[in-house]
Design a protein. Sequence first.
Length: 317
Amino acid sequence: MRIYKKIKALIYIIDIICMMSLYFILISLFENSISNLSANDVIKSKNNPIFVLNLNANLGNKNEVNYNLYFELLNSDSLKFIKYIKTVIESQQQLDSIKNEYGNLENNFIKYRVITTINRKDIKYFKINDTILIPDKFDSDINNYSIFPKYILELDSISKIVLVSNKFQCYSCYEFGEMVYFAACNTGSRVSPTPPGKYYSNWKRERHFSSIDPSWFMPYTVNLDRFGRAFHQFTMRGYPLSHSCIRQFMHDAAWIYHWAETRNKKNNFQYFITTKTPVIILDRFDFSRRNGGPWLDFTDNCFRYEITETINRFLLK
């Protein structure tokens, strides 16, 4: 009987040792798999966190790579991998083919919207010798082409906010830290750049004409400051060329016009409260680039702009 108890105890100890060994082996395998990721890798599973590489890290030594943890609570297809094909338009025939394929706004809006968004440029301004990006998938959810993270924990207490990038010529709208809309834009030119800083949506007008030239019609204007900077619809040529405003495509201008809050309204206690939507312009465009912006260097949709430090700096002001 005593021998039987000793054998049983020994088996129990062996089981514990085996379980612990297996645990450490699995941990080691997981860490090795993380350290072997490339800059474009994304680990993803349904209802689990997504690990996205911080592309500002030193990729020379993979052990030095930092990882940002973004909690994705959407379905498993919430972040689709989309490859970009860099294409040089070499002939009139190729240009006509691209315009026929992607330029039909009425019959194929999804293709038109995706192509113009990822190139920050209206198709009517495509020309021979242009370099453009063509995706291998056309998704109806434009947020799958965003360079911004889908969740930003630092914004989880803010009901609405807009983040604008001069550098990448695009913006994203957030509600309580979750991205709800992504769009392309064309901001201020070299001689009249759009200054980084914190702004607010002060007033808006569906039909508005420029104070610089009354012949310039700017639908869906959302004013940001007393100098006249604003979101509005205007020509999108794929490069920062405005007089300091934030140009958009018509559908994007209409969306943010209706979404942004610019007036006083009553709260639950019937007191009037100000509901201006904050807008943070994050960075500056590199005008030394001769062949378009940095978005033309993307090979897929995995890049995520690391903006936490910049956001915190502006929110504290």
